[in-house]
Design a protein. Structure first.
Length: 368
């Protein structure tokens, strides 16, 4: 395959990434390989504040990325000031703009050289959202590889038009799709779900979350953050959320939260939103938080069960009651049928769902 074919394939893949933002990281790696680079940084910068709204770094040594983030070296990056002045898309190299008489720029170059084995870079940058954001891809070279060669510049320039259009499309498209998706997640689900940002602050939640807070039975919002009334529970909750929104290697988990009423504890689960997926998402969300109330009635999906497994209406009704904690006898009483008939319906439901035990059927149906 010739260089022209490889560039054409990369252009096509850029448009795929517009619809699936997690592809941008791999796309940047493919560009890096073609151009003889060592490391890449895909970024979106808020043009109003100059803050990095998103940055995904690909480097052979994960520890170098962790140090870069932990030590806040990105704040010294001389590219930020440069791209904020852009009015049109362009490709530039460090030799085009880097001023080594500037203390921050000199410190940045020194750090990259001695901690990440990086020196020269080339960047394709484009204006997004009518100027509200700047997006781009930087390809860094290893120290020993020297200045970016002219043929690499020409290849990056050839990619720039498609990269710019794809990133612009993704910026607008993903923003609208994400907004619609989260609107559905937060407002149409019956179980409590909320979003928090990278500082652990509450962004928004649905009606079910508001009902939890209104009950004032263990959880509320204080100083813009999810708060547990019980001190021990609150410390566990604070640590859970901090781990979920960590800049490096965020992890999810669950903790119980005691309730003053003495009812069964809430179970709070925090799920990090992978950076590649939330790259262009609205609200600045960093983690999804769910709250399970063991005393709440379980929501069932009888219609979905009927579609998936061919359950009859009565079989689905029985399954719903079993899921809510009823025995076969008590479910039969609720349905107004004899226990023998209920057991017959259960045998049919087990056969249709392909399991042999009631517990396995409930576990399967609950996943729908």
């Amino acid at each position: 395959m010739g260089i022209g074919d490889e560039l054409a394939n990369l252009a096509d893949r850029a448009y795929l990434a517009a619809y699936e933002p997690e592809r941008w990281i791999d796309w940047g790696g493919q560009v890096c390989e073609l151009l003889g680079g060592y490391s890449t940084s895909f970024y979106v910068i808020d043009a109003m504040t100059g803050a990095i709204a998103h940055q995904a770094i690909r480097h052979p040594d994960p520890r170098a990325i962790e140090r870069y983030v932990d030590e806040g070296i990105g704040a010294l990056d001389p590219q930020i000031g440069h791209v904020l002045q852009l009015r049109t898309s362009q490709v530039f190299c460090d030799v085009d703009h880097l001023d080594l008489t500037n203390d921050n720029a000199r410190e940045y170059v020194h750090y990259q050289r001695h901690n990440s084995n990086l020196r020269h870079y080339m960047t394709a940058s484009t204006v997004l959202g009518g100027g509200s954001h700047i997006g781009g891809l930087s390809v860094h070279r290893a120290v020993a590889e020297g200045v970016t060669p002219d043929d690499s510049k020409r290849m990056m320039a050839a990619l720039l038009p498609d990269f710019s259009r794809a990133l612009q499309l993704g910026f607008l498209h993903a923003d609208k799709l994400s907004a619609a998706y989260w609107e559905g997640v937060l407002t149409e689900r019956s179980d409590p779900v909320l979003l928090i940002d990278e500082q652990g602050r509450f962004i928004r939640g649905g009606a079910a979350v508001e009902r939890i807070f209104a009950a004032a039975d263990g959880l509320d919002i204080r100083a813009g953050r999810l708060h547990a009334c019980d001190p021990t529970s609150h410390e566990r909750l604070r640590m859970l959320l901090a781990r979920a929104v960590a800049c490096v290697s965020p992890i999810g988990g669950s903790v119980p939260v005691r309730r003053p009423s003495g009812r069964a504890a809430y179970l709070v689960t925090a799920l990090p939103l992978p950076r590649a997926i939330r790259m262009l998402a609205p609200f600045g969300a960093a983690a999804l938080v769910t709250i399970v109330d063991p005393t709440a009635r379980i929501r069932t999906n009888a219609d979905r069960w009927r579609d998936a497994f061919g359950l009859t209406a009565r079989e689905a009704e029985l399954a719903a009651l079993l899921m809510q904690g009823h025995s076969v006898d008590s479910a039969a009483h609720v349905l107004g049928i004899v226990t023998g008939t209920a057991r017959l319906h259960l045998r049919h439901a087990l056969a249709k769902t392909g399991v042999s035990r009631q517990a396995d059927m409930i576990r399967l149906l609950s996943r729908l």
